[in-house]
Design a protein around this ligand. Structure first.
Ligand SMILES: NC(=O)c1ccc[n+]([C@@H]2O[C@H](COP(=O)([O-])OP(=O)(O)OC[C@H]3O[C@@H](n4cnc5c(N)ncnc54)[C@H](O)[C@@H]3O)[C@@H](O)[C@H]2O)c1
Length: 252
């Protein structure tokens, strides 16, 4: 049912985890994908080879330096002459609680807001300007359950960055709907990625699974399928909405 042929999607943080599943799913549905990555060059190249080089264009940029965003966007647009969908997936999850020294606390807030929210906002700005000229487009921002429920105390900055992403997305949906621009949030709970697998090794499986009524974690593909659906244009009137992917561990 989902046919993305003819659509060009920029996926940030596409070399691993949820982002890699999104790249595979979009390409599998016939889409062309600009795979943005930060440091994992080998993985990005391997994934581009896997889905087919004619289907996948690689762009490298470190989002810790948000000034890179206009050049990143220009590079993405230059491949096929346009981008139809932006998926802001790249994100970091770094601990710093109230008992950390002030420098660590402040640096972690700045770094997390920078990568998770400000870089995503700069990309949304580029996308809105481009979509307005082209008669429309779609944005899918990958936030988190933490935006609504909050997170563990060591991750106040992470939860705040994801809540900011929700407000950013809703504002774009309301402000630019008349330009045929739609914007959605996808809010995962725990997703079985390498990071979460590590946490389960350190703290035990139960630390994650106990809180999920479905009894297992979402797979990266679960999230990718939702992103593909939203990117396809099949849910245009759901613009502004958040789709939760958390196995009912937090029902809003
Ligand atoms: N895994 C989960 O349980 C979970 C839950 C809720 C939300 N999320 C969100 O989903 C998204 C993907 O998470 P994931 O679990 O796949 O994480 P991950 O750590 O496996 O992947 C994150 C991606 O972001 C990229 N990235 C991080 N910092 C970057 C930088 N400075 N410059 C360029 N790229 C950078 C990484 O290279 C990687 O490709 C994130 O936004 C995360 O917050 C994940």
């Amino acid at each position: 049912m989902i046919d993305l042929s003819g659509k060009v999607t920029l996926v940030t943080g596409g070399s691993r985890g949820i982002g890699a599943a999104v790249v595979r799913t979009l390409a599998g549905a016939g889409g062309d994908v600009v795979l943005h990555y930060g440091r994992s060059h080998e993985r990005a190249v391997a994934l581009a080879d896997e889905v087919g080089r004619e289907r996948c264009h690689l762009v490298r940029a470190d989002l810790e330096d948000q000034a890179c965003v206009p050049a990143l966007w220009r590079d993405a647009v230059a491949w096929k002459g346009r981008v139809d969908v932006l998926v802001n997936n790249a994100g970091i999850y770094v601990a710093a609680g109230v008992d950390a020294d002030f420098e660590t606390w402040a640096a972690t807030w700045a770094r997390t807001l920078g990568v998770n929210l400000v870089a995503a906002a700069h990309l949304c700005r580029e996308a809105v300007r481009h979509f307005r000229e082209r008669g429309g487009g779609a944005i899918v921002n990958v936030a988190s359950r933490a935006a609504f429920r909050g997170d563990a105390p060591d991750y106040t900055h992470y939860a705040a960055s994801k809540a900011g992403m929700v407000a950013l997305t809703r504002t774009i949906a309301r402000g630019f709907g008349a330009d045929n621009i739609v914007a959605f949030v996808v809010a995962p709970g725990f997703v079985r990625t390498e990071r979460v697998e590590r946490r389960m090794r350190d703290h035990g499986e139960d630390s994650v699974l106990d809180e999920i009524p479905l009894g297992d974690m979402a797979s990266p593909e679960d999230v990718a399928n939702v992103v593909a659906f939203l990117a396809s244009g099949l849910a245009r009137h759901a613009t502004g909405a958040t789709i939760d992917v958390n196995g009912a561990s937090y029902v809003r």
